[in-house]
Design a protein around this ligand. Sequence first.
Ligand SMILES: [Zn+2]
Length: 71
Amino acid sequence: MSQNEIACPTCGSAELASGLIVGRSPGVKFKKSRGILGDLAGIPLTTGLFNHSAPALRCAVCGTVVIQPER
Ligand SMILES: [Zn+2]
């Protein structure tokens, strides 16, 4: 399942890392799916977006997080 054919909407880079948006106290975070860190790690995003995890891509160049449509 290749999902990295989306270009960053901000800078146009194709270097998007697949991962998850994780909604959990103390906030919503982006986690790389291949990461070995626990729930305390991750890149904090704004709070109050989701109560569940959602598939997403994060641009390696500018940090824009792209939430993927449901499949
Ligand atoms: Zn970008």
